[in-house]
Design a protein around this ligand. Structure first.
Ligand SMILES: NC(=O)c1ccc[n+]([C@@H]2O[C@H](COP(=O)([O-])OP(=O)(O)OC[C@H]3O[C@@H](n4cnc5c(N)ncnc54)[C@H](OP(=O)(O)O)[C@@H]3O)[C@@H](O)[C@H]2O)c1
Length: 492
């Protein structure tokens, strides 16, 4: 009884423990389909001296969100987290109202309406550094319109202006003109004074034309790579046509800018990475400039885009709206690859309810996928340098046994087996079984002759390594060995 009384007094006298403010946010703890996304109650962020706390009113979904959710392409897990996501929050694009500012913040004050990009945007609040990608929202834009700008519009702007070096009067083709990036790209290309051709499916032809496209190609009826028209710039949001075919419809000094492409059902090991590498390699051999482009979120370009939208020169096309609790459905819809413009999340601070069973209904995590991925990474990281090394040592010993007195080959063997692996890699990049076999046979034969010290094979294999470092090293290394061979066989 005494204890009870004591405890009671003690509790009454103690100040009640301060409960950290909470907020609702979309969170995921494992990779997988959109079902792994949960609406959870988590701690509300507290801005530091240089940060701004923003109450999110709207956010928008990008393909980047399903890449993060699924942890694809798998190589990206080196950055995202190998077995599970390091960053458990999702979403980037947002628009909202400043609720509080740190004491050093000069650009914003509570009550300002802003928009920008920051990881974790699918939440009631985000806290951002004032000098990052966040700017004032034009007053005549809704939160939804502003939230649809950041990734998609910045990508379109930078791809056309910085990478594509677009000029007035140029003929520009936008493949995937009806999606998030494409709808902005059509309008921006028009505002740069270009003659714009958009490629989309039948149901979107009128919409793309209404955005200002001079010509629209319905891809269900016509292949843009088989037409007679030549373009100065191709912006490719889909990446579904062979690069050589795209090159055919480019002017001799034209540019091909690869923005993205591929869906969750595509091969996430090779296919998604193969096209950028192929564009890079092809670009070295043709007169056109072909390359991949990565957008960079910054406040300067957000301001430009906000101004263009305020002036009515560019508008956002909003396809569907979902609530915060419906983010999994929104991501599932987007990853089907047929959104018409942007998919928006509206955040209603009073009406978002966390499903009671949300945290209980855990989806059993697949253990085979992550284990396979780790094993594959280990195999690649250890295998690529070690296997050729072991092979080289074995070949070296064999050479010494068979040719007593002759200088061993050392790095030559290592290099030839590495080139062989590169040859197989090249075949895989070309995405054809025949290419893999052909490259394997050709490179194996070259490596064999290389190992027999045939000088022509040394040179061919060195050139075909497509590796400038190997070219330089081998220039010196092979010259020395070549000279030794001449000295060793003076009769030749
Ligand atoms: N490099 C970067 O920094 C960067 C930045 C943002 C996005 N991306 C990438 O760029 C790509 C596009 O992004 P997004 O936000 O525009 O995606 P999105 O909103 O999902 O748009 C997809 C669009 O592709 C169109 N499409 C599908 N199949 C097509 C085909 N065979 N031919 C022509 N169009 C086709 C669809 O139009 P229909 O419905 O008419 O078929 C749809 O409108 C994604 O792969 C994304 O990952 C890259």
């Amino acid at each position: 009884m005494a204890t009870l009384l004591f405890t009671g007094v003690a509790l009454a006298e103690e100040p009640s423990p301060s409960v950290a403010p909470r907020m609702k946010a979309i969170v995921y703890h494992e990779y997988g389909p959109p079902d792994v996304l949960r609406l959870e109650e988590i701690e509300k962020p507290v801005p530091n001296d240089n940060q701004v706390l923003i109450g999110v009113r709207a956010a928008s979904v990008n393909p980047l969100d399903w890449h993060h959710t699924r942890g694809t392409p798998y190589l990206a897990r080196l950055a995202f987290g190998l077995l599970k996501p390091k960053e458990t929050r999702l979403g980037v694009d947002y628009a909202g109202m400043v609720e509080a500012v740190g004491k050093n913040v000069k650009r914003f004050k509570p009550g300002d309406e802003v928009f920008g990009g920051r990881t974790g945007a699918f939440a009631e609040y985000v806290s951002v550094l004032e000098d990052r990608a966040v700017v004032l929202k034009p007053a005549n834009l809704t939160f939804e319109q502003a939230a649809s700008i950041p990734i998609a519009a910045i990508t379109a702007l930078q791809a056309l202006r910085d990478e594509g070096k677009i000029q007035p009067g140029q003929k520009v083709l936008i493949n995937g003109a009806s999606g998030g990036v494409g709808t902005f790209a059509v309008q921006l290309a028009k505002s740069f004074g270009a003659d714009v051709t958009g490629v989309c499916s039948t149901r979107n032809v009128n919409m793309v034309r209404s955005l200002g496209a001079n010509q629209v190609i319905d891809y269900t009826k016509e292949d843009f790579t088989e037409g007679t028209q030549r373009y100065d710039l191709i912006l490719d949001n889909v990446g579904n046509r062979p690069l050589l075919a795209c090159r055919r419809v480019l002017n001799p000094k034209g540019k091909y800018v690869l923005i993205g492409g591929g869906g969750p059902n595509d091969n996430q090991w090779i296919a998604i990475l193969a096209r950028p590498i192929r564009a890079y390699v092809l670009s070295r051999f043709v007169s056109q400039d072909m390359g991949v482009f990565l957008a960079n979120l910054n406040k300067e370009d957000l301001t430009i885009l906000g101004d263009l939208m305020q002036a009515g020169k560019v508008k956002s096309v909003i396809d569907r709206r979902y609530r915060l609790s419906e983010v999994p459905e929104a991501v599932r819809y987007l990853e089907q690859g047929h959104a018409r413009g942007k998919v928006v999340i509206t955040v209603d601070h009073n009406n978002e309810t966390v499903p009671v069973s949300a945290n209980l209904a855990a989806i059993p995590a697949s253990t085979i996928g992550p284990v396979l991925i780790v094993l594959a990474f280990i195999a690649i990281i250890i295998g690529v340098p070690i296997v050729p090394l072991v092979l080289a040592l074995a070949l070296n010993r064999r050479f010494q046994r068979r040719n007593p007195g002759k200088r061993p080959y050392r790095w030559g063997y290592y290099f030839s087996s590495l080139s062989f692996i590169a040859g197989i890699g090249l075949g895989i990049l070309l995405e054809s079984g025949i290419a893999v076999i052909l490259c394997g046979v050709i490179y194996a034969a070259l490596a064999w002759f290389f190992a027999q010290r045939h000088h022509w094979a040394w040179i061919t294999l060195t050139i075909l390594s497509f590796n400038p470092v190997a070219w330089i090293i081998n220039f010196f290394y092979l010259r020395r060995r070549w000279a030794e061979d001449w000295i060793a066989t003076p009769a030749m």
